[in-house]
Design a protein around this ligand. Structure first.
Ligand code: F3S
Length: 421
């Protein structure tokens, strides 16, 4: 890989140990993937924030670094709500370590808004063709596919290295030739909003890390594309997809039709909705907001919860910036007993680990929660999730009433003898 004089100087340690290490990481990756040079980036999004995933070794690595990032840089979700962490029973020890991690990133100049949807934040703009170094898989997918920017799926250390240098190695999705579709997917049914997460879950498993070109009967909105990409990146490893007539690359370029063709039918999506908690159990926890809820999704959740009271634990994940920008939605959601949780999510927080069955409206959470949190998952739309949170109590009361009715009808003699059917 060609290095400029300045980059060679950095690699020789003349600009300090932190930048030397950062450049060493980027050149190692560049050499493995055949990059010709380093290219400037517009922004970085850095994963490896939750103490649950990086532990003490990660904390130590970040704390040893010095200097400041050279481009706008933002963090992925942490392991807890940084302000109201005690609401989800996070232990004080965990909270202490998590705060240290965030402080270490802050010292490097990284913005400590912890979100996987940085593209929804004011002042963190991304334009078509921008080169980025982002790491969270759904954010990478959204940046590449929906915004037409260019980023590989960086690991935490390589994204942080890129942030410190303002550059990344020129390979993978930064290059035109790796952005053409290699498999086509035709979806043979029309889709409602929640179907995009289910479709992504099914499609990701079928295409792995290839670049699919999807032919859909509907025109998806941005939140639906967000859900689709997040799920394909989780059940598979899709970092870039195109939707015919919708996504920017597909609209600007005349792609050769890929040779390999896949058809997805409605019955395959139905199977995602059909998974239940084992042994006749019900979900104990309901979570929405993977990826973090947009303003429209918060509005929808608030509308569904308005004037009602939930009877099951339900967590609504979003970025702190959006929570602050829309206090009216937050108030309505929280009035119902649901919890709005910022800076974290159901996957990277240890809070989910104490539940055995979790209901989600996200194909990504559906794929990740079992492995990362040890809980079964069931999938449903936002409406179905909120209905479950509201209805669990009603169902229990109805069952108790029926039992009481039946008990009252039993002959007195049978009751005294303690007999039953
Ligand atoms: Fe974001 Fe966590 Fe889902 S990082 S995409 S909410 S798993």
């Amino acid at each position: 890989m060609h290095l400029t004089k300045e980059e060679e100087r950095i690699l020789n340690g003349e600009a300090g140990e932190t930048l030397r290490k950062a450049l060493e990481i980027l050149t190692a990756l560049g050499d493995i993937y055949g990059a010709d040079r380093l290219i400037p980036i517009k922004s970085a999004q850095i994963a490896g924030v939750s103490y649950k995933t990086i532990g003490d070794a990660g904390l130590e690595w970040i704390s040893d670094l010095e200097g400041k990032v050279k481009v706008p840089s933002i963090l992925n979700p942490a392991g807890m709500d940084l302000e109201r962490w005690d609401r989800l029973d996070i232990s004080p020890d965990f909270a202490e370590k998590q705060k240290e991690i965030v402080k270490a990133y802050k010292k490097l100049g990284v913005s400590c808004e912890c979100t996987c949807t940085p593209y929804t934040l004011e002042g963190f703009s991304v334009s078509y063709g921008d080169h980025l170094a982002w790491s969270e898989s759904s954010a990478v997918s959204y940046a590449n596919s929906v915004l037409g920017a260019r980023t590989n799926r960086e690991g935490g250390p390589s994204a942080l290295s890129a942030a410190l240098l303002g550059k990344t190695a020129n390979y993978g999705f930064h290059l035109d030739e790796n952005r053409v579709p290699t498999v086509s997917i035709t979806v043979e049914c029309s889709l409602n909003r929640s179907d995009y997460g289910a479709l992504g879950y099914v499609a990701g498993k079928l295409v792995g890390s290839r670049v699919p070109l999807l032919h859909l009967q509907n025109t998806p909105k941005t939140d639906e594309l967000k859900a689709l990409g997040a799920a394909m990146a989780a059940s598979g490893a899709v970092a870039l997809y195109h939707v015919e007539g919708v996504t920017p690359d597909a609209c600007r370029q005349d792609f050769e039709p890929p040779e390999e063709k896949i058809i997805i039918e409605k019955s395959q999506l139905d199977e995602v909705y059909e998974r239940h908690c084992g042994a006749g159990r019900e979900p104990e926890l309901i979570t929405v907001g993977c990826p973090h809820c947009s303003a429209a999704e918060l509005k929808e959740a608030a509308g569904l919860l308005k004037g009602k009271t939930v009877s099951k634990e339900i967590w609504v994940f979003t970025s702190r910036e959006l929570a602050n920008r829309f206090p009216e939605y937050m108030e309505t959601i929280e009035k119902s007993g649901a919890k709005v949780v910022c800076d974290t999510c159901m996957v990277v927080s240890p809070a989910t680990n104490r539940y055995s069955c979790v209901m989600v409206n996200s194909g990504k959470a559906f794929a990740y929660v079992p492995g990362m949190c040890g809980a079964e998952t069931v999938f449903g739309s936002m409406e179905a999730c909120i209905e479950e949170a509201l209805g669990g109590k009603e169902r229990k009361e109805k069952k108790e009433m029926e039992e009481e009715k039946w008990e009252n009808k039993r002959p007195e003699k049978e009751k005294k003898e303690g007999g039953s059917h």
